[in-house]
Design a protein. Structure first.
Length: 490
């Protein structure tokens, strides 16, 4: 049996070549991956974790070009989420930061800087940067953001947490002006305890359609300016924590002015939980606004202008204390005023007094969260003010925060009284003509709850289905004003 001649293999430009008489083997070891189109390879790399994609640069000079043109760049420090939860403002001890995270932090800085230094002239579709920022890192991080803008970034996701020692002022990173003026930026998310905003007075966010901002204790007038110049913005989400101001002086203003805005979410909390007055105000000018979601632990001063297109609304004032109930009752009408046109409404506000609701002539679906037994009369008012209501969800939650001020009367009310809900003087129109579906959640069988359920069953002339999430149901089976009504218990 003859032997194959000895061969020598070399690699050149990604192709294996065999030297010797075995010419038939020549070309069999072609690097077919490298022969794929440039754009296709860049797209493949964009789906790999950054650290693995970057390692392909050692294959050849050509692979460096592939990496340099990856359209989506994700730089995420893996420990950021866990540490952010532990250290909401400051790191507990300098040693903890140095020993556990400093090395990884420095490695990430070098990695990101190296990647962006290799960048060719191709566009960056998305930059996701989640990292820490020390005082000495501010200029470097700002330069990365400017690099993304120069490369026509479309989606920008920044989650930057300042790290500083106790009793020291933290670093501040002013968002580069080029971000506000970028003509390609469409989607912008930012979560930071160190970024400050100084937007220009004109030409701001010319192409931005979605903006998601999380703030921590904003102190200057940036919140009044940041959301005031958004000509094509359609989706806006503002979440975060605002400072406690004990006096009645309004220290912080959020101003939203966006002619194309369709969806707005405002989830803001004060850092103390108690108080009798507002610490900030919110003004909204959005003629095309269709959906609004509001959640606060204290009711800010709201003002609306040109808000006439709302279809869907959600309001949750989740914590109330003592005399603050009166404040909410007095100022809630201003908050609810633009909701008169909504078709879908979810509301969890138990400090409303009779007569403060507008007429909801177009309302079709209502979710009413009642957090304690003193506010079941809200149901009566909503039924009277919603003649075309078709679907009703009643959710009963025991609000422990209310117990602080009237603990004894609270338990007496919940356990024994049937007088916390008064039957309407006349049957609401919606019950006799439109209401087809009722869901009762958190039903515990308390006297006032049973009284409400019986009334709805007795008077729901077109009711098709009632669902009660509770075991207390036997006495309800026999009470149906509609022959077509189906009872379901879960």
């Amino acid at each position: 049996m003859s032997k194959l001649p000895r061969t020598h293999t070399t690699i050149k430009n990604g192709t294996y070549k065999s030297m010797g008489s075995t010419s038939k083997l020549q070309g069999m070891f072609t690097d077919r991956i490298s022969e794929l189109p440039h754009e296709f390879l860049s797209r493949i790399l964009s789906f790999l974790p950054r650290k693995y994609a970057f390692r392909t640069t050692i294959l050849s000079k050509r692979w460096k070009k592939y990496w340099a043109s990856v359209p989506e760049l994700d730089f995420v420090f893996e420990e950021l989420s866990a540490v952010w939860a532990i250290n909401t403002i400051k790191t507990p001890t300098p040693g903890m930061w140095k020993d556990k995270y400093l090395s990884d932090h420095v490695d990430l800085l070098r990695f990101v800087h190296g990647v962006l230094s290799l960048r060719d002239s191709s566009d960056i579709r998305r930059l996701r940067l989640h990292c820490y920022c020390r005082a000495q890192d501010v200029s470097l991080v700002a330069s990365w953001i400017r690099t993304a803008i120069r490369h026509n970034v479309v989606e920008l996701d920044l989650r930057i947490k300042a790290i500083y020692k106790v009793n020291e002022d933290g670093p501040t990173l002013e968002l580069p002006k080029c971000v506000f003026l970028c003509t390609t930026l469409v989607d912008f998310k930012v979560m930071s305890n160190c970024i400050t905003y100084a937007p220009p007075t004109s030409g701001c966010f010319p192409s931005l359609k979605s903006l998601d901002v999380k703030v921590e204790y904003p102190q200057d007038d940036s919140m009044e300016k940041l959301f005031s110049f958004c000509p094509v913005l359609q989706v806006l989400c503002i979440t975060g924590i605002v400072s406690d101001v004990v006096s009645q002086t309004i220290a912080l203003k959020f101003k939203v002015s966006a002619p194309e805005l369709k969806m707005l979410k405002m989830i803001l909390f004060r850092d103390y939980g108690k108080g009798d007055g507002p610490s900030y105000s919110i003004s909204i000018n959005a003629p095309k606004l269709e959906s609004i979601d509001i959640k606060h632990d204290s009711l800010p001063m709201y003002s609306f202008e040109n808000v006439h297109s709302l279809v869907k609304g959600s309001v949750d004032l989740c914590v109330h204390y003592g005399s603050y109930h009166n404040y909410v009752s007095e100022h809630a009408p201003a908050l609810l005023e633009p909701f008169y046109n909504v078709k879908h409404l979810s509301i969890a506000v138990h400090s409303l007094k009779e007569g403060c609701l507008p007429a909801f002539d177009k309302l079709r679906e209502l979710k009413l969260v009642i957090r304690d037994c003193y506010y079941w009369d809200l149901l009566t008012e909503f039924l009277n003010k919603s003649p075309n209501l078709e679907s009703l969800v009643i959710e009963h939650e025991d609000d422990q925060d209310c117990i602080d001020d009237y603990e004894e009367s609270y338990f007496e009310c919940v356990l024994y009284s049937e007088d916390q809900w008064s039957r309407p003087e006349s049957v609401p129109i919606c019950l006799t003509s439109h209401l087809e579906s009722i869901m009762i959640r958190g039903f515990k069988g308390y006297p006032h709850e049973a009284k409400v359920a019986r009334y709805l069953l007795d008077n729901g002339r077109v009711l098709k289905k009632m669902t009660v999430e509770n075991e207390f149901h036997k006495q309800l089976k026999q009470r149906r004003g509609s022959k077509d009504c189906e009872l379901e218990f879960v």
